[in-house]
Design a protein around this ligand. Sequence first.
Ligand code: HEC
Length: 140
Amino acid sequence: MRSSRTSQLSAFALAILMGTCVGASAAETRRAVFDDGKMEFEENCTGCHGKDATGTGELAVKLVKPPRDLTAIAQRNGGEFPFWRVFDIIAGDAPVAGHDTFQMPLYSQRMRAQEGTPGFLPSHVRVLELTHYLESVQKK
Ligand code: HEC
């Protein structure tokens, strides 16, 4: 159960988010979601997953289990991107080998801790944007 304070904060942040979109075209608004997701990815994920998300980050060689190619998630899943499974993994709600220990620090916890800090979107929005970003970089 989310506390009502959290919901209020989320609603507030969403209002700001929507406010910044007023006057923007649909394409610009969608572009903002993509750009945010890309920025989050570059800030938090490239160390292991690589700038192009294929698993070539400089830390990857140090990992016991190297990360798989994140642009081939759809390919490994019969051509369909499992959006909510990936969302749960990034949110820290679905454990994946390497995401529970040092191997992949719990970014979700950090994102939750940053909630309410000016300049930070609610964690579920950030996870949503990251998931959307990964969906958009899937190879066919
Ligand atoms: C410290 C290294 C590290 C960092 C940083 C990291 N990951 Fe991972 N990630 C891993 C490892 C290791 C795996 C598991 C390897 C495997 O089984 O494919 C993994 C797996 C995943 C998977 C599941 C892939 C699949 O095919 O099931 C997703 C999705 C993912 N990471 C997203 C992210 C996102 C988004 C970020 C940034 C918020 C991130 N990771 C940051 C190491 C890392």
